[in-house]
Design a protein around this ligand. Sequence first.
Ligand code: PEP
Ligand code: MN
Length: 313
Amino acid sequence: MNDRGSLTLPQLVEADWSARLRVSWQARFAETPDVLKSPQHCQTVVPVRDFEIGGDEFITMAGPCSVETEAQVMSTARHVRSAGARILRGGAFKPRSSPYAFQGHGLEGLKLLDRARAATGLAIVTEVMSECDVPLVAEYADILQIGSRSMENYTLLETAAKSGRPILLKRGMVATVADLLRSAQVILDNGNPNVILCERGIRTFETATRNTFDVTAIALLKHISHLPVIADPSHAAGHRDLVPALARIAVVAGADGLLIEVHPDPDKAWSDGEQSLDFAEFNDTMASLEPYIALRGNALRRAADVRPMEAVG
Ligand code: PEP
Ligand code: MN
């Protein structure tokens, strides 16, 4: 083994000269120059509490679609923590397709997430839907989630950016990669460098699954952008039996982490139960990811091995 064996993932990305963008990619995404890799900036590492997103550690965010009850949130938090998750997800403000469906507990939901964080040490990611709610949600959340339906709400993006919290930016369901990068650029332009991109499936002619998981977008985003990429196989698949396979595919495509919906009793979930894993399924999924996560960095290591060492800053 040579001395590249001890490099961190961001250093390997930097050492991999193939990561330097071809002029054609730069031209295609010229509108959003600050999200693209450059020789000076190949990988953003987002600090969250006592860990980082976009660094060496593969990060899993897991939890229920909606915050429902104290027992549900606490048991899920304890379980996903013991299975290796770093971040608890859970919606307190819910963007529902039906105006008559459960819209979330709002502040009471945020307080339950806060209690779960205190009990487990997990960080919290939760959605903010309106710019009016940004100060409140930012008080409770370690990461603000901008949902698919809000990806092009530029006032929300600006206000969320200015909160200073890292932003998990979910790709809109009919958004192109260029659209996603435009929204990321808006957040950067408003002084917040800590943007995490999220591929969560897009609408296509295929209706067998809830969405079509765009694994090409994960590979493309990792190739052209320095921003960390999280994959959400739950909203992509819409069916819990497909989630483990899509999660493994996301690791191989280069994602920096996953967002997975987990519920103590998915058939009784108030939202997205059909795509939520139960505790045993989450354990199995996490265990099945291990060999793939262990291989992370190897492809980059091989690429960096054949490149000049001066590329490492
Ligand atoms: C969610 O994370 O529960 C959610 C509503 O996701 P999306 O915005 O991707 O639909
Ligand atoms: Mn959901």
